[in-house]
Design a protein around this ligand. Sequence first.
Ligand code: HEM
Length: 454
Amino acid sequence: MQQIPTIKAASGLRLTMRRINAILRPLDFMERRNREYGDFYQIKFKNAPPTVMTSNPRAIEDIFTASPDKFEVGRGNKGLAFLVGDNSLLLLDGKAHKNRRRLLMPSFHGESLQECSEKIVSITNKLCDRLQVNQSFKVRRVMQEITLRVILSVVFGIDSGARYDRLRELLTRLLETFNTPLSSSLIFFRFLQKDWGKYSPWGRFLLLKAEIRQLIYAEIKERRELLASGKSEPRDIFSLLLSAKDENGEGMTDEELHDELITLLFAGHETTASALAWLFYWVHYLPEVQEKLRFELDSLGENPDYKEINNLTYLDAVISETLRIYPIVAGTFGRILKQPMSVMDYEFDPKTWLMISIYSLHHREDLYANSKQFNPERFVQKNYTPYEYMPFGGGNRRCLGSALALLEMKLVAATVLSRFQLDLASKSPMLPVRRGLTIAPPASFKMVLKNKIE
Ligand code: HEM
């Protein structure tokens, strides 16, 4: 067995400083580590199990093709319970995780998904109607409004009413708690999670969360009554979860339902909003990309079929490249070993954390020459394996909403570009910033509506 490059973790104040650096400048941090230690190394802590970091496709293949029974992932995600609750899919493992995925998966694929197309386009059109010629707008905010409305419609099956409006407002405000690199530290440092009243960040967060909880519980109560009276047809994910029974014939409790709904709402819109904002940035930063994309979209003629948009080669490549160059989630969930395991030529003990750096993988020069250049053609010329390209992670934890996210990106891009000529408000290159658990375009990113296309 070979010896893996090992970093001895700092302790005390130096460890805290390193963590702050990794939170504030995550991509620089990963690049530096890769330069110093290569694509497969471990960090040894004094009083905790080691963490292994890899961006090596062979190691990734070993991890993703191993039996999921070898790992605990839910325990590793425990730090997210403050946001999604203890019963979220993210925190489940084993049979419970498998069953929950099996229940939810059909709603995010195939025909159910295609049924969302019309909704996505109509929401996009409605929000874009507000844009004014020669006025600038914050791109991420508009995209977030679109993706939040889409996920609310997919999960709850509702798109109007006082409760819906309030929920939308509260969810947006809640996520704004973590919308800067500094405020994102609240997620990573427990000692900052202190309730010093409604004017403190954590106090405000807790109040918003409590109100969201009340609204969701009220919705659950109403839906249960409707279901019991036989008036409600199970047509959305909410109803599906409400009617689901486990092997003992037990349905989900209100708390379990709440945690799953909140998980889908959060996981399902922040990420896609950032991805869309990046897409508009790249398409307008590089005129040749815009020209090619518009040419392809024009080739569909007026009122194209949603399926035709979904099958466009260049649009697909632009989206793939958008998610490659700055993957919204820079690393997968940690896989904690339950038993010894060898990965490539290295043997690891139980309790070791295996982490995959998606960002580092997507910037391997042997896979992506000139990796810092935005070049959609690489996805036209080559098919990458799931161990070489993975904006949505992989294995049994692969993103549940990947197909929805891709469909949304395609339809929103096609709808906006067919209606408007846009321009960047600033021509300077834009760098990613941390936003909560994700890597996003800065909240200040603006574009200007130049013309409406008649
Ligand atoms: C561009 C948008 C998105 C990106 C980049 C993204 C990325 C990811 C990644 C990297 C993971 C972890 C996978 C792993 O550790 O192997 C994940 C998990 C997950 N994502 Fe997404 N995601 C996106 C959109 C969505 C949407 C629209 C939903 C809709 C509900 C969603 C729901 C989930 C869920 C539920 C999980 C946990 C899966 C599990 O634990 O089994 N995501 N996502």
